[in-house]
Design a protein around this ligand. Structure first.
Ligand code: ATP
Length: 303
């Protein structure tokens, strides 16, 4: 049986103001998993991460990371986790190299080891040529990569990323995905939170959904996506669809050759593409309408 990277049992958190952010949740991640924690704003995701990384004190429950108990082996827990928070939180006037190397020191590495690891992670994240620049001079994507480099300097077995690609452009997101996939392939367990279903589909094998402090769904991503049985896609075509095609597709004509089309298991995205392909129009783009995680959330909650 594979070992557990994270084992959470009956975890509860009530903040001092009285907000019950977590209500007795159970969660397990096996070593090597790529796991997504989903949920609306304020659902409790960051609280889970805060507890795992020792920044937030739990009210009740048991948390183990690679078998180390958070209550009695906090240092072992901290050493096995690298965390990439939502917001940039480094000193913008510090040099890239120093930001990463200092973190190595923070984890108790001797200067030689910290230097060797810093060089390795900066090269891996394509930041080595920026090592002498102040971080303020980096682009947004480079800053994100710097956060990942810093989180990896002590070679953690578990990497936690809180919305790693929020506000990152499409190309950079792709690059980051490739890097995270490679990291996971080489054995790093990854837990991420995200608002993008595309990210979950692309990267993760498992996902749990949290709502108002409770886990409402915990399954393979494949099974989770099956629950998203109704979606609306926005198609743009190079010329207007005929009224017959619009009728067959049951499409909503938004004007300027833009159409909203509903999909379901009986009427899949591919079925709709096939119908349009048989008409005289060509498809220019297809985009999901709205946030798919929110749609999934709604279809799960409504069942
Ligand atoms: P987001 O996607 O917006 O980051 P989240 O799922 O990470 O949301 P949390 O940040 O864990 O949610 O918040 C869960 C609940 O706990 C919210 O109601 C939030 O207002 C509350 N909360 C979070 N941090 C604190 C705090 N330090 N003090 C009091 N309440 C807090």
């Amino acid at each position: 049986m594979s070992k557990l990277a994270i084992s959470i049992k009956n975890l509860s958190k009530t903040y001092s103001g009285g907000i019950q952010a977590l209500k007795s949740i159970d969660l397990t991640l096996k070593e090597g998993d790529f796991f997504a924690l989903l949920g609306a704003n304020g659902a409790g995701k960051t609280t889970v991460i805060g507890i795992l990384t020792g920044l937030v004190t739990k009210t009740y429950g048991e948390v183990k990371v690679f078998g180390h108990d958070l209550d009695t082996e906090l240092n072992e827990v901290k050493n096995s986790i690298g965390v990439v928070p939502q917001e940039f939180n480094f000193n913008i006037f510090e040099k890239v190299y120093d930001i990463v190397c200092r973190q190595g020191g923070y984890y108790g590495m001797d200067p030689h080891k910290a230097a060797t690891r810093t060089e390795k992670v900066l090269k891996k994240l394509e930041l080595w040529d920026k090592k002498d620049q102040k971080s303020i001079a980096l682009s947004g994507g480079m800053k994100r990569r710097l956060m990942i480099a810093r989180a990896l300097v002590h070679d953690p077995k578990l990497l936690i990323l809180d919305e790693p690609t929020a506000g990152v452009d499409v190309e950079l997101r792709r690059g980051m995905w490739e890097y995270l996939k490679e990291l996971n392939k080489n054995g790093t367990t990854i837990l991420l939170t995200t608002h993008y279903l595309e990210e979950v589909e692309e990267l993760c094998q498992y996902a749990a959904m949290i709502k108002e402090g409770e886990i409402v769904l915990n399954d393979t991503v494949k099974k989770l996506l099956n629950k998203l049985d109704q979606e609306v896609f926005v198609f743009e075509t190079d010329k207007s669809l005929t009224s017959k095609a619009i009728q067959i597709l049951n499409a909503k004509d938004r004007g300027d050759n833009v159409y909203e089309i509903n999909t379901s298991p009986k009427n899949t995205l591919q079925d709709n593409i096939d119908i349009i392909s048989k008409s005289k129009a060509n498809i220019i783009s297809i985009k999901p309408k709205g946030n798919r995680i929110e749609n999934l959330f709604l279809s799960v909650i409504s069942k």
